[in-house]
Design a protein around this ligand. Structure first.
Ligand code: NAD
Length: 388
């Protein structure tokens, strides 16, 4: 059976995420493997059309990867009927205008998180896609991480008994840019440019917590700007106006309490850049990006507090590694394949723009909680996404 070709307008491919994860490790990797496999055994190859602001960068990128189509004219790319899909990994504040344009042009849209800077915009986008009848999706890559897939397996298998709490630790030191270059873009640290760790990370925590453990019913958070001044890509000093750390408490349906620290101002003393510890009556687990280890109730030590003596147990060594029991692929690529199947053969894809708006709503709750110093019940702020 011959492969069909599907044009994908890709906006923001000169950026970190757009280039590495979406263009190279997803779209080009899918093509290198012969395309997306469809349910009838057929294949769909993806034809990327690179869109961006810099002709120079696009031309170089296209040349480097032997991509025929690129343009700085988004409208022209959207006008071409051979491109049914629009993808967006631009800076967050540029997203809504371009995605709206794509929806108006009748394109199916697949976009990075957060889907917008405000709930109002995120909900409007979801509604616009729904009323235009286009397929729509948001990136929820963390769900496809090997560590979290193993954690999900444990939850589904009833390993934990009654789940009591989740503690997440995310972050690493992002250099200020003065004596060592910052490893993240400067707009991330400017609120006026759509930056801020709550807007960046709470949408991730929203779908991770709600997919694995239960709906978030209340949010309490403290957002902080620990480093008030940073140096940008051009060597200029700027005021860091956005939060660079957030300390969050999420109350989930069923009484599970989740606490997640997110910070660009911590030095890593963990095995992975993100780790979640889940404690349940029957057992506990610590899951990272790739690995997951467990301790069952039956193998739980009984420490006795005595600061006068050295630790009585090798606590870290008492955990057991959860085996892979399968092959894990790049999560971004897996989600791309699902979206393409959703577009071409209506395969299920629960990660829609309503889910994206939910993530923005949780972020907004976090920001509100921090600004007003109070606990925010989710039912108290705005329309539920289920009504979309
Ligand atoms: N899923 C994830 O794990 C994940 C991780 C990081 C970032 N993201 C999201 O991806 C998006 C891009 O983040 P990034 O880290 O790749 O950023 P980046 O700064 O590396 O790239 C931004 C892209 O947007 C383009 N752009 C369009 N309009 C712009 C404007 N007015 N000013 C500056 N750039 C503009 C740039 O040319 C570039 O291609 C963000 O919305 C971010 O929240 C997602």
């Amino acid at each position: 059976m011959s492969a069909r070709t599907v044009g994908v307008v890709m906006n923001g491919v000169t950026g970190r995420m757009g280039y590495r994860q979406h263009l190279v490790r997803s779209v080009l990797a899918i093509n290198a493997e012969g395309g997306v496999t469809l349910s009838d055994g057929g294949r769909a190859l993806l034809k990327p059309v690179l869109v961006g602001r810099s002709e120079l960068k696009l031309r170089e990128l296209a040349k480097q990867h032997e991509i025929a189509d690129w343009t700085t004219d988004l409208s022209a790319a959207l006008a071409d009927p051979s491109n049914p899909i629009y993808f967006d990994a631009q800076v967050t504040h540029a997203r809504v205008a371009s995605v709206t344009k794509a929806i108006e042009a009748g394109k199916h849209v697949y976009i990075e998180k957060p889907t917008a800077e405000t709930v109002e915009d995120a909900v409007s986008l979801a509604k616009a896609a729904k009323s235009a009848g286009v397929k729509n999706g948001v990136v929820q890559d963390k769900l496809f991480l090997p560590g979290l897939l193993k954690l999900k397996r444990l939850v589904d298998g009833g390993f934990f008994g009654r789940i009591l709490s989740v503690r997440g630790e995310f972050g690493y030191w992002v250099f200020e840019g003065d004596w060592q270059e910052a490893q993240r873009p400067s707009w991330n640290y400017r609120a006026e440019d759509g930056g801020g760790i709550i807007l960046d990370m709470f949408p991730h925590w929203a779908y991770v917590l709600e997919t694995l453990f239960g709906r978030i019913e209340a949010v309490t958070a403290k957002a902080v700007t620990h480093i008030p001044e940073r140096v940008d890509e051009t060597g200029g000093t700027y005021a860091a106006t956005a939060d660079d750390a957030a300390y969050g408490l999420f109350e989930l349906a069923g009484g599970v309490i989740a606490q997640i620290n997110s910070s660009w101002c911590v030095r890593v003393n963990r095995d992975e850049l993100v780790e979640f510890q889940v404690d349940g009556t029957e057992g506990s687990a610590v899951a990272g990006l790739r690995n997951c280890r467990v301790q069952h109730r039956s193998a739980t030590p009984k420490p006795v507090w005595n600061p006068d003596l050295p630790a009585s147990e090798p606590f870290r060594r008492q955990w057991q590694e959860v085996p892979d029991n399968g092959e894990f692929h790049n999560g971004f690529k897996t989600q791309w394949e699902l979206f393409v199947r959703h577009v071409l053969e209506d395969a299920p894809f629960p990660y829609d723009l309503a889910a994206g708006a939910r993530g923005v709503r949780i972020a907004e709750a976090g920001l509100l909680s921090s600004a007003e110093g109070r606990r925010i019940e989710m039912s108290s702020i705005g329309t539920e996404e289920g009504e979309l």
